[in-house]
Design a protein around this ligand. Structure first.
Ligand code: SF4
Length: 362
């Protein structure tokens, strides 16, 4: 790893290093389609995805988490920034600088599972065609017999009956369809899987089955997951680390347990308080209701984008954008927050303590 791609993490285990990623969309108006503004969908995002871990990218709809994942695999080309991808001891390559042919090869190792298993599978294709398509495109099979054998193995891998390979998606339930989508994603033996709201369209009981399958596959195949989700309850049991996004930026990132028990950003605190919590020790914590709308990425407020909704906001928050800062000491697991008053957040349990501010003291 080069020095240039070290700062956003502490380890050297990064398989993907995202640095200063930006994705802006122009706002156009009038007959001449003149640009009158920018939608800042992703605004200076940096993080490491470590080999073998599950990192969850969470936030409300429109916060930029899906655009970030699309910019990682270059399904959308970023406006600026770098996405370094490294396998084993090889030198990292910057996916943002790659030409189409090289990118196609790199994408074998980074595959996506999409939210809706009903629309992501072509209803006119059999399982053999759906799961076998990436193998054929990337020249991984030499004969139809080999294709059938490989697809049968993939169906067994996701706990589906291989005798179903000539059937169409409509013959399967939502959970089974998501297993088919997972089999397709794994067909090229990737290192990294990006799961974009992969269980949010499913019933709760089916969600648990798919989450268990993903965990088992991670252990069996040594996969690394980037888990894009809005549901914090799902993330709590799936992720090793969590990155919380708001208005195109990461506002907090840390180990899951630490972030849930001791959040260091008021937005994280509110999200956690609103998530279903079966833990008898903490389930009676008061819920923090966020007032106001989610920040409009085409018209962001000055300073901290969260300030119109933040119950701890001070004048400083309206004037200066807080950077993402390291809070834990050297040698401890990294915990970063983008809040001017993160060091004063002494939340020994969600909602258990108020932030002590100058305003309160006055
Ligand atoms: Fe709230 Fe200010 Fe922290 Fe932003 S910087 S989260 S407005 S306290």
């Amino acid at each position: 790893m080069t020095d240039a791609i070290q700062p956003a993490g502490r380890g050297d285990r990064a398989i993907i290093s995202v640095r200063n990623l930006v994705k802006y969309f122009p706002i156009e108006s009038g007959l001449l389609r003149r640009q009158v503004g920018l939608v800042k969908a992703v605004d200076d995002v940096s993080f490491d995805l470590n080999d073998g871990e599950t990192l969850a990218l969470v936030g409300e709809s429109g916060c930029g988490k899906t655009t970030t994942s699309h910019c990682i695999i270059q399904a959308q080309r970023p406006t600026a920034g770098e996405v370094h991808f490294r396998i084993g001891d090889t030198r990292p390559v910057d996916l943002t600088k790659m030409e189409k042919a090289d990118l196609k090869k790199a994408r074998r190792n980074i595959r996506m599972i999409y939210q809706d298993p009903y629309s992501s599978l072509n209803p006119r294709m059999t399982l053999l065609q759906i799961i076998g398509e990436p193998l054929k495109i990337h020249g991984q099979v030499k004969s139809q017999d080999e294709l059938r054998a490989r697809v049968s193995d993939l169906l067994r891998l996701v706990r589906l009956d291989p005798s179903t390979l000539n059937r169409y998606p409509h013959a399967f339930s939502g959970g089974q369809r998501q297993r088919i989508a997972i089999a397709r994603a794994l067909s090229l033996s990737p290192k990294v899987v990006i799961a974009d709201e992969a269980v949010s369209a499913l019933d709760v009981s089916v969600q648990a089955q798919i989450l268990n399958l993903l965990k088992e596959l991670q252990r069996e195949l040594g996969l690394t997951y980037l888990f894009v989700a809005h549901n914090l309850a799902v993330v709590k049991y799936e992720a090793d680390r969590v990155a919380v996004m708001y208005a195109g930026k990461i506002v907090e990132i840390g180990e899951t347990e630490e972030l849930y028990t001791c959040p260091k950003h008021p937005y994280t605190e509110a999200l956690i308080s609103a998530a279903p919590n079966p833990d008898p020790d903490t389930k009676n914590r008061p819920r923090i209701v966020l007032t106001g709308d989610v920040a409009d990425p085409g018209n962001l407020p000055g300073g901290c984008s969260f300030h119109p909704r933040c119950r701890y906001a001070e004048d400083l928050c309206k004037q200066e954008t807080p950077p993402l800062m390291e809070l834990s000491a050297a040698g401890e697991p990294s915990h970063q927050s983008a809040c001017h008053f993160a060091d004063r957040l002494s939340l020994a349990g969600i909602g258990a303590a108020e932030l002590t501010t100058d305003r309160d003291a006055a």
